[in-house]
Design a binder for this molecule. Structure first.
Ligand code: ADP
Ligand code: TZP
Ligand code: MG
Length: 279
């Protein structure tokens, strides 16, 4: 198992590199939160580009350091765009991040999510119900009946209930998995880390999970998947804690949060409370 001080110095290095190099992580994401995803990516030091078309997804893989696929609001063209983009990232050895938001809704989403399995996302980021459902769909932990527990886009499960699913997914992909909630779980299949902080107001604004996935892609352009995911999650927790000190309602909180993402230093991010245990 990796040592805590190694993890913290990795996070400082990742955050410093992102700020210094402005890495581009292109996204195919949902129409509800697309603006929040791009603004969060910029606030942490990255560069954003959002597309819908199949050849444009492949272009973003070639042009960027990582790519982000979020399943939120599927359109017919995504039936072609998403597999082509994931396949291009896999073939190029570029990290890609999957947010299986809405897993369980409709047959196209299920077909596309099942089809991603061989392309092994470097990072899977979801809430507890989404992570449990994806591990079931990929026959890694639980079974396909787990799909039915996901209700819309919000979780009905606890982070603790998704631990085994997260570990199984990370062991399969060889990358990292984040399960978000009050305390976020991040694992690479051998270490399980818990990052605390943030605010309950993050559950009262749509897009905190989606934008965290986009920020994880920015970090993945500069760090290994586990370090990148830990850095993104800790960055969110430190900014959420600070935003809650100045804003007490959803809309003003979102504005304050983006400001705090921008203000947080690499040391602030690495010093956010973190606990680790063996998987
Ligand atoms: N009760 C909470 N306390 C602190 N942070 C939270 C809470 N709920 C959600 N968050 C944070 O909000 C972000 C999105 O998590 P979540 O709402 O679980 O994802 P999703 O939007 O995909 O359902 C994460 O950074 C998570 O840590
Ligand atoms: C409400 C909604 N519907 C489809 S995608 C989406 C956004 C979900 O965003 P998040 O999971 O980050 O809150
Ligand atoms: Mg979500």
């Amino acid at each position: 198992m990796i040592e805590m001080n190694q993890l913290q110095s990795g996070i400082v290095e990742a955050a410093s590199k992102v700020r210094a190099s402005n890495p581009m992580a292109g996204s195919i994401t949902n129409s509800v939160t697309i603006d929040f995803v791009a603004n969060a990516q910029l606030a942490v030091g990255g560069s954003a580009a959002m597309v819908y078309l199949p050849d444009e997804g492949e272009c973003l893989v070639a042009a960027g350091g990582a790519v982000y696929i979020n399943m939120g609001t599927l359109l017919p063209v995504y039936e072609e765009t998403l597999p082509r983009t994931a396949a291009a990232a896999h073939a190029a050895g570029k990290p890609w991040v999957l947010d299986p938001v809405g897993i369980g809704i409709g047959s196209l989403r299920t077909k596309l999510l099942r089809g991603f399995k061989p392309y092994k996302p470097a990072i899977v980021r979801g809430n507890a119900s989404e992570i449990i459902a994806l591990a079931g769909l990929w026959d890694l932990e639980g079974d396909a009946s787990e799909l039915s527990r996901a209700r819309g886009v919000d979780t009905t499960d606890t982070v603790a209930a998704a631990r085994d699913a997260a570990v199984a997914l990370a062991r399969y992909t060889g990358g990292a998995v984040a399960v978000s909630g009050e305390s976020d779980l991040v694992t690479d299949g051998s270490t399980v880390a818990y990052s605390t902080g943030g605010s309950a107001l993050m559950g009262k604004v749509t897009g905190f999970g989606c934008s965290l996935g986009g920020v994880a892609a920015v970090y993945a352009a500069q760090a290994d998947p586990f370090t990148a995911t830990l850095a993104a999650v800790a960055h969110y927790n430190v900014a959420g804690t600070r935003a809650a000190a100045t804003a007490d309602a959803p809309a003003s909180f979102k504005v304050a949060f983006i400001d705090e993402l921008y203000r947080a230093t690499p040391d602030d991010i690495a010093n956010n409370p973190l606990r680790i245990e063996e998987a």
